[in-house]
Design a protein around this ligand. Sequence first.
Ligand code: IPD
Ligand code: CA
Ligand code: CA
Length: 266
Amino acid sequence: MHPTLNIAIKAARKAGDIILRYHNQIDLLTIENKAANDFVSEVDKAAEDAIIDELKYAFPDHSILGEENGEILGDDRFQWIIDPLDGTTNYLHGFPQYSVSIALYIDNEARHAVVYDPFKEELFTASKGDGAYLNEQRIRMTSTRGFENTLIGTGFPFKAPQHLDAYLDMFKAIHPQVSGIRRAGSAALDLAWLAAGRMDGFWEIELNIWDIAAGALIVKEAGGYIGDFSGRDKYLETGNVVAGNEAVFKAILKTIHPHLTADLQR
Ligand code: IPD
Ligand code: CA
Ligand code: CA
């Protein structure tokens, strides 16, 4: 395993310990509203601080972008992208589907990724060119040939309600063609589960870069496809994501295309 990935795993496990320490004492936490339906607790902040400490100790010159602390400037060739707790709403309700997401981009290319589910003790990792792993076992995407018999993941645009009508039109178009659609509530973990073959495809509108940065590499290293709503690679910028094995990726793109508003055609 690459030593840089090891540092990222160590940081993710430290954050995971903080998250688990409080998971059955949620009543004691101070919770703030960052925006409508966007919550942050002291656990999100403490977990991010622990990750930053670990990364800064190992790589004092690197830049870090964290959901809670924003940018820490450094050598911008080396960019860490962190979501210390992806699935905060689940966490605050005791719904055990949340993760720590850490990625390193070098010269704007994803190199190392960790998505860690501390509750289920599932560690998803990838390094560019080395494949994707769950608890050190190689994982691969499914090989379904279209929508038939597939399970598709998604997220609702509850932070961007202006897209709800377009989203529901996409949902109505996909729903009759597949076996099921799941909204589990942690986009980073959705992508990791997709890479592990637990789902066949995924789409979501307006995610943040820290929701996607690690999961995207894990999907690609498991043999999957990920793109924006035009199928191109601007998903980190737009936050609009389609992912899947090759056939399902194409099927989702084709099916949502007629429902893209001008705003979403990017
Ligand atoms: C959220 C989760 C969720 C997605 C939201 C994200 P957070 O992240 O990834 O699945 O639907 O758009 O903001 O706020 O829990 O870190
Ligand atoms: Ca997130
Ligand atoms: Ca978060």
